[in-house]
Design a protein around this ligand. Structure first.
Ligand code: ADP
Ligand code: MG
Length: 464
């Protein structure tokens, strides 16, 4: 085995520990080490889709593992069969280097630009407002982020976004950065994870460069996007440092955006004076996406991959993985990778096979449970809902029930049609489209759906 193969197998050992075995198998199987010259590590990837996926999800982890194993920074270069030239995954100079601090510009007088932008924004190009799907779970957070991007330093300062993992906090926060940069190219927008902020602080102490660190964070930034602020918990000196950074930036009218996994009030082991400042501006949360948002996210992702899938497969996926957008994306990438490795089009059967080890719900909701809840709600007979020959007044409850079956179960449209005495899936598709349209135009229908969803989920506590 060559040097680069030995090194690659050690990198894989590291990556394996944080990846599900199925994903690992589906993707890393098409990745081969090509060469290593001490500085550049070139990987050959046999699928363009996997190149994107590696770049987005694993490039940083691979570079970190290489650095750890080699004791110095190593640049990762991904080479796909279809790409004429290989490109490094990180720009030069590396965003990790602390740049010389530029002269500060107040957010309030960003135009016209007055200086060249030398500080790295560290933004992921994909995390824009255009790529962010808005639904009931994130509408408030999106509106607040959008308003902040329109008027940095003025409307909501700080903006504090909180919610569970994989729900789009980092995406939304970075979208603010992109939107500001698109209008004020030279604005000093800087994204930093709280962990990185902590590491830079420790490094600054160790190398006696604290004043440089402070200059950078307190004087050269117009918009600070600091991610996962909960990591300040139990770190008193870091909290002190951040307190002063916050005050300096805020006093100069600079915009601060923070994310966290908890609301300020729920954060533990963080000084009151900081928590108090977190609440100065606007605090918004992001919830798990509902069915429509999940489907829309899947479609958006497909669009960016230049792929398409049948509605039924999108619905299946949206029902299979419910709580976390990152997991939904993972499932989609896995499915597309699965199909691409097998060189076959994606079918519903393939989706079921490929995603069979995704745990959806401990006690899945049954079609019968939904029919029963809808029948009780509208005071009609379950038998009427199920029967193909039915009184006219049953039409709406029946369509609503079909809609909820699509929303809350992993049954195929054909299976749903059968449970309602129908022959094929077109009736269900028609019902779903009709309710979708009604939901947007008729508030009563929106409320009926919300109330029924709540009842059904409450009656099946293990379902989510
Ligand atoms: P968090 O920071 O809350 O853990 P991220 O912002 O990293 O989550 O989001 C995880 C993944 O899900 C990202 O790839 C992101 O693009 C995607 N995502 C999350 N919410 C949305 C959304 N509303 N629309 C489109 N993509 C989303
Ligand atoms: Mg995040």
């Amino acid at each position: 085995m060559g040097d680069c193969q030995v090194l690659w197998s050690k990198v894989l050992d590291v990556i394996k520990t944080s990846t599900s075995p199925a994903v690992f198998q589906a993707f890393f199987a098409v990745v081969h080490p090509l060469s290593f010259d001490g500085e550049h590590f070139i990987l050959q990837v046999d699928s363009p889709l996997v190149v994107d996926w590696l770049r987005q999800k694993y490039a940083a982890a691979i570079e970190a593992a290489l650095q750890q194993l080699c004791g110095r920074p190593v640049r990762l270069i991904l080479q796909s069969n279809s790409s004429a030239s290989a490109a490094p995954v990180t720009p030069t100079p590396s965003a990790a280097e602390t740049p010389p601090p530029p002269t500060p510009v107040a957010v309030t007088d960003l135009t016209p630009p007055r200086r060249p932008r030398t500080l790295p924004s560290n933004l992921n190009p994909y995390f824009t407002f255009e790529n962010f799907i808005v639904g009931s779970s994130n509408r408030m957070a999106h509106a607040a982020a959008f308003a902040t991007a329109q008027n940095p330093g003025k409307v909501y300062n700080p903006l504090f976004i909180y919610g569970g993992v994989g729900l789009g906090k980092t995406h939304l926060m970075q979208a603010i950065g992109h939107a500001i940069l698109s209008r004020h190219e030279r604005c000093a927008v800087h994204y930093v994870s709280c962990e990185r902020f902590i590491n830079q602080f420790i490094e600054a102490i160790q190398t006696s460069t604290l004043s440089k660190f402070r200059d950078f964070f307190r004087s050269s930034i117009d918009v600070l996007l600091i991610d996962d602020i909960q990591f300040l918990s139990k770190k008193e000196s870091l909290q002190e440092e951040f307190y002063h950074t916050f005050n300096d930036l805020h006093n100069q009218g600079k915009q601060i955006v923070m994310t966290s996994d908890k609301s300020p009030q729920e954060l533990e082991h963080i000084e009151n004076r900081l928590v108090n400042r977190f609440e100065w501006g606007m605090v918004v949360d992001i919830q798990s996406p509902d069915f429509e948002t999940r489907v829309a996210i899947i479609r958006k992702k497909l669009e960016t991959f230049g792929k398409s899938l049948d509605d039924e497969i999108c619905y299946y996926l949206a029902n299979k993985v419910r709580t976390d957008v990152r997991k939904i994306e993972g499932a989609l990438i896995r499915l597309l990778g699965f199909a691409s490795v097998q060189n076959k089009p994606v079918t519903l059967e393939m989706a079921k096979e490929c995603l069979k080890d995704y745990v959806t719900a401990q006690t899945p909701i049954t079609l019968e449970a939904i029919q029963k809840a809808v029948a009780e709600f509208f005071d009609v007979r379950v038998a009427d809902l199920r029967s193909n020959r039915r009184p006219k007044m049953i039409a709406h409850p029946r369509q609503l029930a079909m809609y909820l079956c699509r929303d809350l179960t992993t049954c195929s449209l054909t299976e749903i049609a059968q449970a309602f005495g129908g022959k094929d899936h077109t009736t269900v598709l028609y019902a779903c489209r009709k309710i979708d349209a009604l939901k947007n135009s008729d508030e009563t229908v929106e409320q009926q759906i919300a109330a029924l969803r709540r009842r059904i989920l409450e009656a099946n506590p293990g379902a989510l």
